[in-house]
Design a protein around this ligand. Structure first.
Ligand code: GDP
Length: 304
């Protein structure tokens, strides 16, 4: 399956469930108050968020007036452009580093798809013929370590782990040291995903940063937060807490294939000012895609 068809497939529920209702709306070619009210309702139910929706709809009203657009197709194009104004058009990759390894911290609460994302990223590196080491930094859950090991075997890469309950920072330190010694390209670091209170979260992340920096000055090069798109506005709330606790460099939105509320991407991009770097559209190793805003917006509106 090509890249666009995969995104399209991943957004199918959003498109048919909610965005699908837009077709009828635009096809009426009547851009009156009722049109804008219905549009507002549809966008809010796709989890774009109230504030973002109001801003989008207001801007669309103005654009339609300015351009004197009369046809549904023209107005859809205007709406797509306004969405791109919010989320940007750039496709972000992972940080390039001058000195190996790139240290990538992966954060997120339990269940969002953190382990799976690390596994998919490992598979990506392997496909590019790059060497990676996984660091089993979620030492509080034996299951997390086991899952990660399965992904490591699948990708044919090494995983560094300690005993259950060990200090997560110590695992990361060892993994980075091993990576330096072996000329590995990247270290993908799992972290504890317990739902913490903010003070604990901040303290833990501070410690992780301190130890990682000690193992390799300038690290971490990426701090990725994994969010589950199916949890909608709750994902947004988590993102705000993590972003205050640790400066994030990117967001990964998982399970977009499992929700009709794919508009959360727009809400997250607008609220955080942190780029959405990858989206998860399935459980297989190649179901992690670099986030391409244009493809995403096309995927939202394209007909089957
Ligand atoms: P963690 O607790 O954050 O490490 O979460 P896991 O990586 O164990 O994932 C939790 C569940 O979500 C697993 O059943 C994964 O297969 C599933 N999952 C993760 N990413 C995706 C995705 O993009 N799409 C779908 N449909 N499922 C996903």
């Amino acid at each position: 399956m090509g890249f666009f068809s995969r995104i399209k497939e991943g957004l199918k529920k959003t498109r048919t469930g909610i965005m699908g209702r837009m077709d009828g709306l635009f096809a009426r070619n009547m851009f009156d108050d009722q049109f804008y009210e219905e549009l507002e309702e549809i966008l809010i139910s796709a989890d774009i968020g109230v504030e973002t929706t109001l801003e989008l709809v207001e801007n669309l009203r103005q654009k339609v007036k300015e351009t004197k657009a009369k046809e549904g197709d023209q107005v859809v194009t205007l709406l797509k452009e306004l969405i791109l104004d919010i989320i940007g058009t750039e496709i972000y990759g992972l940080a390039e580093v001058e000195e190996k390894p790139a240290v990538i911290l992966v954060l997120g609460v339990n269940g969002v798809g953190k382990t799976t994302t690390i596994g998919k990223l490992a598979a990506r590196y392997q496909r590019e013929k790059k060497k990676v080491i996984l660091a089993a930094g979620d030492t509080f859950r034996a299951a997390a370590c086991e899952q990660l090991e399965i992904w490591a075997d699948r990708a044919g890469c090494e995983m560094i782990k300690h005993q259950g309950g060990a200090d997560p920072s110590a695992v990361l330190f060892d993994a980075i040291s091993a990576a330096k010694a072996r000329g590995v390209d990247a270290v993908l670091c799992d972290t504890a995903g317990r739902l913490h209170n903010k003070t604990n979260l901040m303290n833990e992340l501070k410690k992780v940063h301190r130890v990682v920096e000690k193992a390799m000055p300038g690290a971490p090069h990426e701090v990725l937060l994994v969010l589950d798109a199916t949890t909608g506005q709750n994902a947004l709330a988590q993102a705000k807490v993590f972003n205050e606790a640790a400066p994030l460099t990117g967001v990964v939105l998982t399970k977009l294939d499992g929700t009709a509320k794919g508009g959360i991407v727009i809400a997250v991009a607008r609220a955080l000012k942190v780029p959405v770097k990858f989206i998860g559209v399935g459980e297989k190793s190649d179901d992690l895609q670099p986030f391409d805003p244009r493809e995403y917006v096309d995927g939202l509106f394209t007909q089957d």
